[in-house]
Write a protein that binds this ligand. Structure first.
Ligand SMILES: CC(C)(COP(=O)(O)OP(=O)(O)OC[C@H]1O[C@@H](n2cnc3c(N)ncnc32)[C@H](O)[C@@H]1OP(=O)(O)O)[C@@H](O)C(=O)NCCC(=O)NCCS
Length: 245
């Protein structure tokens, strides 16, 4: 079966438009040198830290060369974050956590004290993510915050976990599937909870306080406080009872 509706990918007219845009970006110095400039900035952060013990991230990582990106400060701090994670300095865990804390304050909608971001966390936008104090986001996890993501204090997002706030309209047969539009729904997670290794939290889900999502689970429904849940879809395994002190 073939779809007759036009697709925005790869027809000759679009190719020309993309190439024209590329030319514009290069002419405006939007691409040339920025990769290198970012690397130099990231190295500068490390050098300053090693020689003075101070951490400082410039308000303009483009050094005045790009007014367009300067107007969208959030985007370039997110770029700086992604680039920083590609540098050797990002392997110095304690230092890297401090750098990402500074970046998180500029990229996320709201962020508490002492958050920990490990290596290679993929943040879609950041503008829709609010994190409480001491939230721990482990390596290789994904915050797909097309819709709002809100996380309470001291919650842990384990390595490889995915919080996704969007889906696609699946039943509009008048269009090719990828162009049928998106659905968005917020994710809310309470305090002192764990989203286990490689688990996925689906759009619209609310998870309570002190909840444990077992490794490799898919959470499709709201989870009350203190439940341990697991599986695909995640169902109740047991309820946590506070231990005697
Ligand atoms: C869910 C979890 C907390 C349970 O640990 P536990 O309290 O020691 O409980 P048990 O190992 O006795 O397992 C209890 C039941 O849950 C099941 N279970 C355990 N892990 C599971 C998982 N990932 N998916 C589905 N079911 C699971 C067990 O098979 C057992 O089922 P049964 O009662 O039918 O035999 C643990 O298995 C887990 O997944 N922890 C999260 C690990 C993680 O991602 N850490 C990252 C921290 S940042």
């Amino acid at each position: 079966m073939s779809d007759t509706a036009p697709t925005p990918f790869a027809d000759a007219r679009d190719e020309a438009a993309v190439l024209a845009e590329l030319e514009r970006l290069v002419a405006a110095d939007r691409l040339v040198g920025h990769g290198e400039a970012f690397l130099v900035r990231a190295n500068g952060i490390v050098d300053a830290f090693l020689t003075t013990g101070m951490l400082s991230i410039a308000d303009d990582p483009f050094g005045g060369k790009d007014a367009e990106l300067l107007a969208d400060t959030h985007a370039y701090y997110l770029m700086l974050w992604r680039l920083f994670d590609r540098t050797p300095a990002s392997m110095m865990a304690d230092f890297a956590i401090r750098v990402r804390r500074i970046l998180a304050r500029r990229v996320l909608a709201a962020v508490g004290d002492d958050v920990i971001f490990h290596h290679d966390v993929y943040i879609l936008s950041g503008r829709n993510t609010s994190l409480g104090n001491g939230v721990f986001v482990n390596r290789g996890s994904t915050l797909d915050d097309r819709g709002p993501i809100t996380v309470g204090d001291h919650t842990m997002i384990a390595a490889g976990a995915i919080l996704t706030t969007h889906g696609h309209i699946l039943d509009d047969f008048s269009k090719p599937l990828p162009f049928g539009g998106r659905t968005m729904a917020p994710i809310t997670i309470g305090s002192n909870s764990v989203v286990g290794y490689n688990s996925i939290v689906m759009p619209g889900v609310t998870i309570g306080d002190r909840v444990i999502v077992a490794a490799n689970s898919v959470v499709t429904k709201d989870i009350p406080d203190r439940w341990v849940v697991g599986g695909i879809p995640a169902t109740k395994i047991k309820e946590l009872v506070p231990r005697e002190q």
